[in-house]
Design a protein around this ligand. Structure first.
Ligand SMILES: Cc1cc2nc3c(=O)[nH]c(=O)nc-3n(C[C@H](O)[C@H](O)[C@H](O)COP(=O)(O)O)c2cc1C
Length: 200
């Protein structure tokens, strides 16, 4: 068997990936197009039932990030019931897309027809987004998957220009971490508590 990366290296990469929030990214430093293309291509090597490849990446950079921020705020204001509306969330929606040099709206594009259940198309996109995040981490980038409820609204889908059956499953914020950033720590429950062995 050909060994491409050692198991230890892959394990270390998986465990090193952290959600890096936009505020911790260097907003003045863009990400080269060639590197972005490699990362997106890595995403597309995810497993996909029936090879439907149900992903679409809408990449926002430069001034498009400001338009995204304004749209998120407009949709949040228009679709959030008054008793759930939060000023701090509204403010973040205006700030986050501009703090990150790249914001990717990640869409599940329904391609499997009745043959492939919708959940499997969403699962395939989730696999692709984990590939994307691991590839970005390996390149030294920081990234973060965000899923505010407005992504599921008709208003936001219309602005993205996606089909009626398609679904924006997340925004991936991407960029170079600020120099000197203390890499966040995270925890996981012991895997023994999540595992059942049946051997007889
Ligand atoms: C499907 C999905 C949606 C997520 N949406 C959000 C979100 O809206 N806001 C947020 O703060 N984190 C979001 N996250 C990131 C998680 O909060 C994060 O993965 C978790 O805290 C563990 O931290 P880590 O990624 O650094 O290991 C999301 C993660 C996934 C997989």
């Amino acid at each position: 068997m050909t060994i491409i990366a050692t198991h230890e290296q892959l394990s270390a990469l998986i465990r090193h990936r952290r959600s890096i929030k936009p505020v911790d990214l260097d907003s003045s430093r863009g990400v080269e197009r060639a590197l972005l293309m490699t990362i997106l291509e890595d995403a597309t090597w995810a497993p996909t039932h029936g090879l439907t490849e149900p992903w679409k990446f809408i990449v926002h950079q430069g001034a498009a990030r400001q338009r995204l921020a304004e749209t998120m705020q407009r949709v949040y204001q228009a679709t959030t019931p008054a008793n759930e509306f939060r000023e701090d969330k509204m403010k973040k929606m205006g700030e986050n897309p501009v703090l990150a040099p790249v914001v990717i709206a990640c869409v599940m594009e329904r391609r499997g027809g009745a043959k492939i259940p919708e959940i499997e198309e969403i699962e395939a996109v989730a696999c692709a987004l984990q590939n994307l995040q691991l590839s970005a981490t390996a390149a030294g980038l920081g990234c973060y998957w965000s899923s505010p409820p407005i992504l599921g609204t008709h208003e936001f889908a219309e602005w993205l220009q996606i089909g009626a059956e398609d679904r924006c499953v997340g925004l991936i914020y991407l960029g170079w971490p600020k120099s000197g950033l203390n890499w966040p720590r995270s925890v996981r429950q012991p895997v023994e508590s999540k595992t059942v062995w049946r051997e007889a």
